[in-house]
Write a protein of this length. Structure first.
Length: 135
């Protein structure tokens, strides 16, 4: 099974954000244990780095966080066709539409996110972390 893990789930784990940490951690753990193929959109790397650096107030710690992430998941590249698909999408948030387009092109089974409602118009079903774990 291939899953796209949204930025908010990654940050829940890297920043140990409660009350979301445990379910998000379990999703990432399944990827690390190769029970699922977990991916993060390559477009999210800059956002994750920026938010880590801001939260940790440490450039090297933010880079270390990205390195740890690379040990847990793969990165799904964004292509021009994904940008076109996101623009043509009915989804209100462009970033979510781009994640959805990448997930569709890469034949992901699910998008795991804490804002599943924002992915209602996604061609790839979005699930909250706990709902994914309950499958």
């Amino acid at each position: 099974m291939k899953i796209m893990i949204d930025t908010n789930v990654v940050l829940d784990v890297l920043l140990r954000r409660e009350p979301f940490f445990q379910a998000s951690y379990e999703v990432m753990k399944r990827s690390a244990l190769e029970q699922v193929e977990g991916f993060v959109s390559a477009t999210a790397a800059t956002d994750i780095y920026y938010l880590l650096r801001r939260a940790l107030k440490d450039d090297q710690a933010a880079k270390d966080g990205l390195e740890r992430l690379l040990q847990l998941v793969g990165f799904a590249d964004a292509l021009g066709e994904d940008v076109h698909a996101a623009i043509a999408s009915n989804m209100a948030d462009f970033e979510d539409a781009l994640v959805s387009a990448i997930a569709a092109r890469c034949h992901m089974d699910y998008i795991v996110t804490r804002n599943a409602k924002d992915f209602r118009d996604s061609p790839v079903k979005a699930l909250e972390p706990q709902a994914f774990l309950n499958l």
